[in-house]
Write a protein that binds this ligand. Structure first.
Ligand SMILES: [Zn+2]
Length: 199
């Protein structure tokens, strides 16, 4: 069991660029096929400066949301998140996790569902990363909200929870991934925090 966990932690720290070439290439081919199926432009990643995000090898259940959906993170992220959440709690700040790890397949389904509802692909890709390019694949990204704030809204930046995160998240290794006018073509996401890769 011990070996099992250690192996996971090791893999948790593997970054895209550190993966053996053949594995990264195979992953890239899988992503390219999904993009072709979804009619995502082959230049998508280049034009948006988006790095390939590798799916976490291992994730652990962190919580269950109010719809019964399990929320998962990579082991290293789960540990950092629990410390950060407890620290906030001691200052009467309630940090609520609303989204964590997402597989490539789940990301594909999210896009398919929005397209089925008639949303144009261009609009969808402003709020959702294409499969293979979501930080949520890595298990290091967390969407957060707080009491009396709906999930994933810009209003989150007005809350005490956001102010607390701005002042303290870096101490736990977390940073805001998509600030205003970010170079990746995503909308401003004050709720989306990610564990830095060197943690
Ligand atoms: Zn997010």
């Amino acid at each position: 069991m011990r070996d099992h966990v250690d192996q996971h932690l090791q893999h948790d720290n593997l970054q895209g660029s550190n993966l053996p070439n053949h594995i990264q290439q195979r992953y890239q081919r899988r992503i390219d096929l999904i993009h072709a199926e979804l009619n995502i432009h082959p230049d998508y990643a280049n034009s948006r400066n988006l790095p390939l995000q590798i799916e976490a090898a291992t994730t652990i259940i962190v919580a269950t949301d109010n719809t019964g959906k399990t929320l998962r993170l990579s082991p290293v992220t789960q540990s950092a998140w629990c410390k950060m959440q407890a620290s906030a709690e001691r200052e009467n700040i309630k940090l609520i996790m609303v989204s964590g790890y997402r597989s490539v397949e789940y990301q594909r389904e999210l896009i398919v569902n929005k397209r089925t509802k008639g949303q144009p692909l261009e609009k969808i890709l402003q709020v959702l990363a294409a499969p293979g390019y979501s930080e949520h694949h890595t298990g290091r990204a967390i969407d957060l909200t707080t009491t009396d704030c709906p999930p994933c809204v810009e209003y989150f930046e007005k809350t005490n929870a956001y102010t607390w995160l701005q002042n303290n998240a870096a101490n736990f290794g977390f940073s805001l991934s998509y600030p205003r006018d970010n170079p990746y073509g995503f909308i401003y996401e004050p709720w989306h925090w990610s564990l830095r890769e060197d943690k």
